[in-house]
Design a protein around this ligand. Structure first.
Ligand code: PBG
Length: 308
């Protein structure tokens, strides 16, 4: 039985990927609670990130771009909960919000699209991405590459590639899989390209004081994903990381522990600082400290990227 007399309103961005993730979430909730088709109503909200397409996120104010309007809809009571790619959610969330659940994580790897591997790209390849992490990791593999700003949703980026604007681009396997485009691109090994913190994870947020909705959401939480992603977010917090910063982190669950790997990379790809550690699940303070250790070991120039 639904605990409200009206459908629960699920807030989401309107991009095809966001909508696919919203439908996955609604489906999981209906299944676990035995709710009918109309128990959940999907409400799309346009975010600043969707609106502004011609500049890098780093230039226009970072990650709140993807959450601000959905946050406001939550506070104003227009929606009961919101669904996000965790990768796009700031590491420090304002007080009224609570990450109540995460869906089982998808493939965390990146894909190279446009060439079967970095090795077979032509000399001096032009690679489109707006991610400082991917840009730095590409330069590490291919110092002769030129990086060009590439934004827009998955379909837009693929269209730019098809139009010959670049030799290759990079996309998360998770996004392609959820858009039924698993055949696009070539998987890149984690050792070559450690993914972004939270890549492949879908999170569901509500107001911290909304107990009934929190409990309903908790029923679909996947604890392994939740603990791993929270640790990766803690690394980012420890670094004071933003979307200006080339940071990768991945935690894998090993029973009661997490195996956490993290790296920061100079934009030209010549300097990489890596850490790996095993820590107790939920010990986000240790994960934060790993972020700080990375900074301590970085050259002054790399450290300066995090001090803006
Ligand atoms: N920054 C955009 C974004 N946010 C989440 C995903 C993919 C899905 C995911 O990582 O969960 C993407 C596209 C991409 O990086 O290819």
């Amino acid at each position: 039985m639904l605990f409200t007399e009206r459908p629960l309103r699920l807030g989401t961005r309107g991009s095809p990927l966001a909508l696919a993730q919203a439908h996955m979430t609604a489906q999981a909730l209906r299944a676990v609670h035995g709710w009918g088709e109309d128990a959940i109503q999907i409400v799309t909200v346009q975010t600043s990130g969707d609106r502004i397409q011609d500049r890098a996120l780093a230039e226009i104010g970072g990650k709140a771009l993807w959450t601000k309007e959905l946050d406001r809809a939550l506070v104003d009571g227009e929606i009961d909960f919101s669904v996000h790619s965790m990768k796009d959610v700031e590491t420090v969330r304002p007080a009224p919000f609570h990450i109540a659940a995460m869906l089982p994580r998808a493939d965390v790897r990146d894909k190279l699209v446009g060439a079967a591997s970095f090795d077979v790209l032509p000399a001096n390849p032009l690679v489109g991405t707006s991610s400082p992490r991917r840009a730095a990791q590409v330069k590490r593999m291919r110092p002769d590459a030129t990086i060009t700003l590439f934004r827009g949703n998955v379909a837009t980026r693929l269209a730019k590639l098809d139009a010959g604007e670049v030799h290759a681009t990079l996309l998360a396997a998770a996004g392609l899989d959820r858009l039924d485009q698993s055949d696009v691109g070539a998987l890149i090994a984690i050792d070559t390209m450690l993914p972004a913190p939270s890549q492949g994870a879908v999170g569901i947020e509500t107001l911290a004081d909304n107990r009934p909705v929190r409990d309903a959401l908790a029923a679909i939480n996947e604890a392994d994903t939740y603990d791993a992603v929270m640790a990766e977010r803690a690394v980012l917090r420890g670094l004071g990381g933003t979307c200006h910063s080339p940071i990768a982190a991945l935690a894998l669950v090993e029973g009661e522990r997490l195996f956490l790997r993290a790296e920061i990379i100079s934009p030209d790809g010549t300097e990489t600082v890596r850490e790996e550690a095993r820590l107790a699940r939920g010990d986000d303070l240790v994960a934060e400290a790993i972020g700080r250790t990375l900074l301590d070991r970085a050259s002054p120039a790399l450290r300066a990227l995090f001090e803006e």
